[in-house]
Structures are given as C-alpha cells and as structure tokens.
Design a protein around this ligand. Structure first.
Ligand code: ARG
Ligand code: MN
Ligand code: MN
Ligand code: MN
Length: 301
C-alpha cells in the first residue's frame, strides 16, 4: 500500500466504498503477490527447534521481497502466516530503513531463544534473532546465517502481553524492554498506552515504525481462529484504536498481520469474525476513521 501518488478522483464517482476512500486520500494499493517457498526435505529439528531450514529459507525470501517493496517507496503489508515471518519482514524492512522502531502487539512476547523455547516453535522466537543484545545467545541454525540483528532493545514496545514464559520474562527484564501488558492496558487505558508508546519511540528521533500485529492480541471472543488463543485480550475497540493512533503519527512503514488462521476456526462465524477484525485493523492503519472520512477536495453538489 502506498501514499506516493494521488490518483485522479474524476474517474471515481460516488457512492464510494472504503477502498475508493483510501485511494482518494492518496493510498494506492499494489499487490506484490504471494512469496513462494521451496519444499525442504528432511528438515530435522536442531535441538528442539522445529523446521529450521524451511523457516530460515522462507524468511530469507520474504526479507528480499520486503526490501524491494520498501525500495519502491510503499508502506509494506505482510499477511501471515505465523509470527515467525517477522524475522524476514523486519530484516528486510531494516535493510531498506536503517533505524526502525518495532511496536509488537501480541498476547505473547515471541522472544524465546532457540535454547529457552519451551515448544521449539519458531513463531515463539522471532524477536530473539533480531535484537542486537541477544546475538551472543543465538546458536547456529541451518538457513539462519543470513540473519543479522537489526533492532535495539530500546526501540521495541510490546502491547497486550498476557502469556509470557518465565525465560522470556527474564529476557524482557534483563534488556529493559518497554511493554504494556493487559494489566497496564487495564490500569492506564489504551489512549494513555498509545500516547506513552509514541512518546517513548519518538523520544530522540522520529524513526519509521514496524507494526507487528498478532491477531491473538485481541480477545479470543473476537478473533478465535488463531493458533494460540489466550483469554483476557484487547477488545475490538482497543485493537482498532492502536492502529488509528499509529496511523496518525505518519511514521507507519510496515505492518505484519499474523496468526490469522481460518483452519483454527470452529464455525464460519469464528472465521469471519477473525478475518473481519484483521481487515479492520489494516483499515485503521491506513487512515480509516470510525467517525467517517471524506475526500480532501470534496465539494457538495
Ligand atoms: N511462548 C510460547 C512459545 O514460545 C508461545 C508462543 C506463541 N507465539 C505465536 N506467535 N503464536 O512457544
Ligand atoms: Mn503460529
Ligand atoms: Mn506472536
Ligand atoms: Mn501471540
């Protein structure tokens, strides 16, 4: 999605849908297609890390794709897929934009190292590969050697945490990583959380934002079709508010929308509720306001 060129509105008559609205407000959408992956045979675990070769090479391709999208000047949207894709997506983003801040909206911290992971699932580990301060704790894995740490602990903010492993909690504390668990969301309210988040990430310079949004940050009553649902999550309104606030900073540079998994929905309603929430979060990222929008140059007939 891009805000590069403002399209000619003359060709678009009312009534307008929200896609038209985005277009008229200067967002041109380009679909870069799916990233294709090769099958990896005999992808045996290394320690307890599952499918390292497949996940490593898939992320290498994703990283190149994101780098290309950013070089074209677009705000990049990744539709996942699980959260292990943040490895390639943040790596590719950082290759194009030196200094990033990462806003990670999730029930989970996804910061286990391969050695602390209780499950061996790489979706619970992406942050550990990306943070400079954890580099010395990461063992060698096949197809992971291209990954270079690219974010600093001080440039990360978590929102929505409520299922953090003890080892992850130790890492977050040790590195002094900023985070708003559901307890803080309850205490402060989402508007204060977002105000503080932006004060924190913009305290020195206004860096581009990588928003990594795990749909399981929302309460499972809204987004049940996901792999690791956790009760007590963000409401739909809190979830959307985060995207509206990030959008109005003007610094949103890439978005991951991950862990949307229709196969995990038990009914059609569970699937549509999850997917619709994900769509609304992306709309919020690109300027959709709940109060309504109109074209900047609109003239009443
Ligand atoms: N902390 C657990 C793990 O490391 C769960 C992670 C869940 N992450 C996710 N992207 N669904 O395995
Ligand atoms: Mn997953
Ligand atoms: Mn996650
Ligand atoms: Mn999660």
């Amino acid at each position: 999605l891009s805000c590069k060129e403002k399209p000619n509105r003359q060709t678009l008559g009312p009534p307008w849908n929200e896609f038209d609205m985005m277009y008229m407000n200067g967002c041109a959408v380009k679909d870069y297609g799916n990233v294709t992956f090769e099958e990896v045979a005999n992808d045996e675990p290394i320690g307890n890390v599952k499918r390292p070769r497949a996940v490593g090479s898939a992320n290498q391709r994703l990283s190149a794709a994101v780098h290309a999208v950013k070089n074209d000047g677009y705000t990049c949207v990744m539709l996942g897929g699980d959260h292990s894709l943040a490895i390639g997506s943040i790596q590719g983003h950082a290759a194009a934009k030196k200094d990033l801040s990462v806003v990670w909206v999730d029930a989970h911290a996804d910061i286990n190292t391969p050695l602390t992971s209780p499950t061996g699932n790489i979706h619970g580990q992406p942050m550990s590969y990306l943070i400079h301060e954890l580099h010395s704790k990461i063992p060698v894995l096949p197809n992971f050697s291209w990954i270079k740490p690219c974010v600093s602990a001080k440039d990360i903010v978590y929102i929505g945490l409520r299922d953090v492993d003890p080892e992850e909690h130790h890492i977050l504390t040790l590195l002094g990583i900023k985070g708003y668990s559901m307890t803080e969301v309850d205490r402060l309210g989402i508007s204060k959380v977002m105000e503080e988040t932006c004060d924190y990430i913009f305290s020195k310079v206004k860096k581009p934002i990588h928003l990594s949004y795990d749909i399981d940050a929302l309460d499972p009553s809204i987004s049940p079709a996901t792999g690791t649902p956790v009760v007590g999550g963000l409401t739909y309104r809190e979830g959307v508010y985060i995207t509206e606030h990030i959008c109005q900073t003007g610094m949103l540079s890439a978005v991951d929308m991950v862990e949307v998994n229709p196969k995990r929905g038990k009914t059609e309603d569970e699937i549509s509720s999850t997917v619709n929430a994900a769509v609304d979060l992306i709309r919020g990222c690109f300027g959709r306001l709940r109060e309504g929008n109109h074209p900047a140059d609109y003239k009443m007939p």
